[in-house]
Design a protein around this ligand. Structure first.
Ligand code: PLP
Length: 409
């Protein structure tokens, strides 16, 4: 978890601001690495936070990157990740996006259907650049104990395992897009090691069955992830003390060549790598009473954090107070909102918060993942927060995203 860097005092701090602590990114990466078997690859999912300093720190630490849009592809390349270390994923890809990725030198794609294979093959043929495809699979049963369900139910992600079994000929290698393995991603934010292991066990078994039916030798087995992390509340990263050993045994059983890289085994993570590196500092704009309740209005709302909370998908978020006059008792049952003109812009309906005043700074921990880039930045036209990169306890970079209208051609 990151505290204020040494060279800032709360009073003088620019707010709203996200602070990303690169030392914490490296610590989280080392923890995840220790939970995974060797040899294996970790793909950083840029979706969690595409900030170039974070992508670059993870690349330097040894991660590959998983991208699923033109913007994420560019962000990864700009941060110095070579195209050959990227996996391009996503359930629907524009022809132009695939073409630009192949032109940029990307050679590994996750495909979700026979059409996805054809699209990739045609593009690769046109550009005379052969590529490798992993087939994303929607397994037949939902895995137990997962957060967001991404498998075993109707879904845009992947091809149903039953479909592949019923019509294997439709999923075979194409001349310029060779099928080299499978991509399974069963669920996200799974803190329990047994539940996570159950997912990987099911995924490995499915991949084994499908490889045999399709008659391919698996070169890349992407078992996905699901590694958990706290979000916008105090807390520690989940730990998986015996996972590496259990995974090694699982792979020895189903894919005995994995220790020599046949197949290469890969995992993916966004939140576990970057959640704890990020802190949002934002100010209290107003404090008042309404119908007997205290109401706090902050300068950040769903435009700066957790835009999806407007869709009731995220837990309530309780800001932790950094700097306020220690005036009185904590306020129980306070309503905490952002500044946007919609009742959806609510952090908490009944939170316990310190007795803050307008102008005080509050601190929201563990928002390095799904923070700013997962928010409704364009909605209502407030400026974006400053993004501050901290390395070795010092500020090394400050920047701010802007949205600008430009002619479209
Ligand atoms: C979102 C996503 C991830 C990252 O999920 P986290 O919960 O942030 O680790 C990884 N792989 C795929 C395919 C995803 O869609």
């Amino acid at each position: 978890m990151s505290d204020l860097p040494d060279d800032i005092t709360a009073g003088a701090m620019a707010t709203p601001s996200y602070h990303y602590d690169l030392d914490e990114v490296r610590r989280s990466h080392a923890r995840l690495r220790a939970a995974l078997p060797e040899p294996s690859e970790v793909y950083y999912s840029l979706k969690a936070n595409p900030h170039p300093a974070i992508v670059s720190a993870l690349h330097t630490a040894g991660c590959r990157a998983e991208v699923c849009s033109p913007g994420e592809l560019q962000a990864a390349l700009d941060a110095g990740v070579p195209a050959g270390k990227l996996l391009y994923t996503g359930p629907g890809k524009q022809d132009r996006a695939v073409e630009d990725a192949v032109k940029a030198g990307v050679t590994e794609f996750s495909v979700d259907s026979p059409h996805g294979l054809d699209q990739l093959d045609e593009t690769a043929r046109r550009l005379d650049a052969p590529v490798r495809a992993v087939l994303r699979v929607n397994d037949s049963t939902p895995a137990p104990g997962q957060g967001l369900t991404m498998t075993g139910v109707a879904s845009p992600f992947g091809a149903d395992a039953e479909w592949i079994l019923a019509e294997p000929e439709r999923f075979r290698s194409r001349p310029m897009a060779r099928l080299v393995g499978f991509h399974l991603y069963m669920g996200t934010n799974v803190p329990d090691e047994d539940a996570l292991m159950a997912q990987f066990t099911q995924s490995a078994a499915t991949a084994r069955t499908l490889a045999d039916v399709l008659g391919i030798e698996v070169e890349l087995l992407d078992l996905g992830g699901g590694f958990a992390a706290p979000y916008a509340r105090e807390g520690e990263l989940a730990s998986y003390p015996t996972l590496a050993g259990r995974l090694a045994e699982l792979l020895d059983d189903g894919f005995p060549g994995w220790r020599e890289g046949r197949p290469a085994v890969a995992f993916e993570s966004g939140r576990h790598l970057v959640a704890t590196c990020g802190t949002l500092f934002t100010r209290v704009l107003d404090v008042k009473r309404s119908h007997g309740r205290r109401v706090l209005v902050l300068e950040s709302g769903i435009n700066h954090l957790g835009g999806m909370s407007g869709l009731r998908r995220l837990p309530q978020i309780a800001p932790a107070v950094l700097h306020g006059e220690p005036g009185g008792e904590p306020l129980a049952d306070a309503m905490v909102t952002g500044p946007l003109c919609t009742p959806l812009d609510t952090w908490a309906r009944a939170a316990e918060v310190a007795d803050v005043r307008p102008g005080d700074v509050v601190r929201v921990p563990n928002v390095g993942a799904y923070g700013l880039s997962a928010s409704l930045l364009a909605f209502l036209g407030h400026p974006a927060p400053v993004e501050v990169v901290v390395d070795g306890g010092r500020i090394v970079q400050e920047s701010r995203l802007t949205l600008q209208r430009q002619p479209s051609n």
